[in-house]
Design a protein around this ligand. Structure first.
Ligand SMILES: CC(C)(COP(=O)(O)OP(=O)(O)OC[C@H]1O[C@@H](n2cnc3c(N)ncnc32)[C@H](O)[C@@H]1OP(=O)(O)O)[C@@H](O)C(=O)NCCC(=O)NCCS
Length: 312
């Protein structure tokens, strides 16, 4: 069994901070409502930046930190529901900006907020057929572009940002993964390109119910595959959609919140960027120690879900 090892991570966050008080000047809401219902205190929105510059910025930082040359990257995948263009892919823009070799497959994937975890399995497969050892994986979103700023039930939830990782395939590396979907476009969707206006639509309670079901499901599946117990897992890195979702899932798993990393207070829900931003923050803060076993679990439009278990 060959698993992925993380070599490095990176992130790129727009400069502009939008607080809950700022949102309350746009729609009929309050800091108190948003904090207590979601755990979000602020988010970042693009002004100078866009989907492309965020994805490229996160990818560049991860590549620079890896010490690996662009020529050694065998595949570049970008997960997003808000690409710069419907086509070409964000990954193609990254190829040009970072000088990845022209014979590198570069493409985007759409799996909602689960995109980065789908991407891990995609690059794990691609690396088995690549002549090169490393993959560059990015999750990046410019969700502020698809937010209906008159709909208070959705526009307070999301933020912009990108995260990235350089990974390699290693014989014997701990790896378990689970991916799935429920084929549902009613509970969570982003309008097609070319439909004006193009907005994100969320049935908040529908997502909530789905999320608190699939987080424990993914955790149990990863444990069953790996033969580990939750005690042996140092961190669970959940998709950052709502603090209460994570608290409910933690209760269902009989776990303390300490095992869960949360940064939703500062970023809101950044969809496919949420897991790689979290991993990068944890790595930079020294929270992730070499050898620790880590679970990442996400859910999102699709309705997709996914989990990955690996050793840092
Ligand atoms: C969206 C979410 C925070 C709503 O919380 P909730 O407790 O389910 O709240 P409800 O939707 O039942 O709304 C309760 C009330 O708050 C109101 N409300 C909704 N958004 C509001 C806001 N931003 N500010 C103030 N009031 C708001 C509603 O209009 C409703 O009022 P009513 O009772 O008078 O009709 C919650 O369902 C959630 O986070 N779901 C997950 C959504 C998500 O993250 N989706 C992204 C996909 S990964």
């Amino acid at each position: 069994m060959k698993g992925l090892k993380f070599i490095s991570t990176g992130r790129s966050i727009p400069e502009k901070v939008v607080t809950n008080d700022d949102m309350s000047r746009i729609v009929d809401t309050s800091d108190e409502w948003i904090r207590t219902r979601t755990g979000i205190h602020q988010r970042h929105f693009c002004e100078q930046e866009d989907a492309a510059s965020l994805a490229i910025g996160a990818a560049r930082q991860a590549l620079e930190r890896s010490g690996i040359s662009p020529a050694e990257i065998g595949v570049c995948v970008a997960a997003t529901v808000t690409p710069q263009h419907a086509s070409p892919a964000n990954a193609c823009l990254i190829q040009a900006a970072l000088g990845l070799e022209e014979d590198t497959p570069c493409f985007d994937i759409s799996a909602g907020c689960t995109g980065f975890l789908y991407g891990l399995e995609v690059v794990r497969g691609m690396l088995t057929i690549s002549p090169k050892r490393y993959a560059l994986l990015v999750g990046g979103e410019e969700l502020s572009r698809v937010m209906d700023m008159t709909d208070r039930s959705t526009c307070v939830l999301f933020g912009d940002g990108a995260g990235a990782a350089v990974v390699t395939l290693e014989e014997g590396a701990l790896w378990a993964a689970t991916l799935g979907t429920r084929g549902n476009a009613e509970i969570l969707s982003v309008d097609a390109v070319g439909r004006a206006p193009s907005y994100i639509h969320v049935d908040g309670q529908g997502v909530y119910r789905f999320a608190v079901e699939v987080i424990p499901h993914c955790a149990k599946e990863l444990l069953a595959q790996s033969g580990l117990t939750l005690d042996e897992v140092a961190w669970i890195v959940p998709h950052q959609a709502n603090r209460r979702i994570v608290e409910t899932a933690a209760k269902r798993l009989h776990l303390d919140m300490e095992k869960f990393f949360l940064n939703i207070d500062r970023y809101g829900n950044t969809s496919a960027a949420s897991i790689p931003i979290a991993l990068d923050e944890m790595a930079q803060q020294g929270l992730l120690q070499k050898g620790q076993k880590v679970m990442a679990i996400a859910f999102g439009a699709g309705l997709t879900w996914g989990g990955a278990l690996f050793q840092w």
